[in-house]
Ligand binder design. Structure first.
Ligand code: MN
Length: 239
C-alpha cells in the first residue's frame, strides 16, 4: 500500500513525524508537507506562481520526505501527481482539534479533501495540544487501529478523525454544526499598534453523537464527510 502524508503544521511538526512512523508499519510512506506552517489556510491553492519541492531538512525514518513551497492542498495535488499509484492520503496529526465548524477553515481537512477531489481516499487526523504538548505514545494504538480500519477503504471517501489526549474508545460520529462565535479580540503589539486575534468559542453544547460530543467524552471521533454542499431539503422544495 502506497501512503502519501501531508499536513498543515509543516514538515517540522511533531505530529507528522508520529503519523509517518505509524503509517510506515502499514505501507510505503512518502511525506510531502508545507515548508512553513499553513494552519487555518483552508483549501487555498497556489495558482499565480510555480510550486517546487526539496528534500526534507528533517529526517523521516519512514521513507522519502519533501518540503513544498505551497499550501496543504498544493502538497497533495503535487504528491499525487508525482505518485499516481498512491492508495490513500493522510493529513496530520494536526496539533489542535478539527471539530464541528472548524472543518471549514482547517488546512488539515483541506489536504485530505484535495485527495478526495482527485479521486483518492483522504483521512484527516487531529488532536488537542495540552500544556505539555501531545503524548503521541498514548495515541499510537488508537491511530493504528483507525488506520487499519480505514486504509482498506477504496475510492474517494473523506474521513475526519480527532483523538482525545487519553482515548477510551472509538466512535463513528457526525459533524457538530451548532453555533459558534468567531470573535475578534483586539490587543496592542509591542509598538503600541492595534492588532486583532480571531478566536472561536462554541456557543451551544455539543449534540450527542457528534464529533464535539465524542471528544468531550474521551472518545476518538471518526466522521465520514461528503463534498456535496447542496441543501437538498431546500432544493427539493423549489423543484
Ligand atoms: Mn495545524
Amino acid at each position: 500500500m502506497r501512503i502519501l502524508i501531508s499536513n498543515d503544521d509543516g514538515i517540522y511538526a511533531p505530529g507528522i513525524q508520529a503519523l509517518a512512523e505509524i503509517a510506515a508499519e502499514l505501507g510505503d510512506v512518502t511525506v510531502m508537507a508545507p515548508d512553513v506552517e499553513q494552519s487555518s489556510m483552508g483549501h487555498a491553492v497556489t495558482h499565480s506562481r510555480p510550486l517546487g519541492y526539496k528534500k526534507s531538512p528533517v529526517e523521516f525514518k519512514s521513507g522519502e520526505a519533501y518540503r513544498v513551497n505551497g499550501t496543504p492542498a498544493d502538497c497533495v495535488a503535487l504528491g499525487t501527481h508525482l505518485h499516481a499509484d498512491t492508495d490513500v492520503v493522510l493529513s496530520g496529526i494536526n496539533m489542535g482539534p478539527n471539530l464541528g465548524n472548524s472543518i471549514w477553515h482547517s488546512g488539515t481537512l483541506a489536504a485530505a479533501r484535495q485527495a478526495v477531489l482527485l479521486g483518492f481516499p483522504g483521512i484527516a487526523l487531529s488532536t488537542p495540544v495540552g500544556k505539555d504538548g501531545v503524548d503521541f505514545a498514548k495515541l499510537r494504538p488508537f491511530v493504528k487501529e483507525c488506520l487499519e480500519m480505514l486504509l482498506p477503504v477504496k475510492g474517494p471517501h473523506l474521513f475526519n478523525i480527532n483523538f482525545p489526549p487519553e482515548p477510551k474508545g472509538i466512535r463513528w460520529t457526525s459533524q457538530s454544526v451548532r453555533l459558534y462565535d468567531g470573535t475578534i479580540i483586539p490587543g496592542l503589539d509591542p509598538m503600541g499598534r492595534k492588532h486583532y486575534w480571531f478566536t472561536v468559542t462554541p456557543l451551544e453544547p455539543a449534540e450527542e453523537g457528534t464529533d464535539r460530543w465524542a471528544m468531550e467524552n474521551g472518545l476518538v471521533s471518526i466522521t465520514p464527510l461528503q463534498l456535496d454542499l447542496t441543501d437538498h431539503r431546500y432544493l427539493s422544495a423549489q423543484l
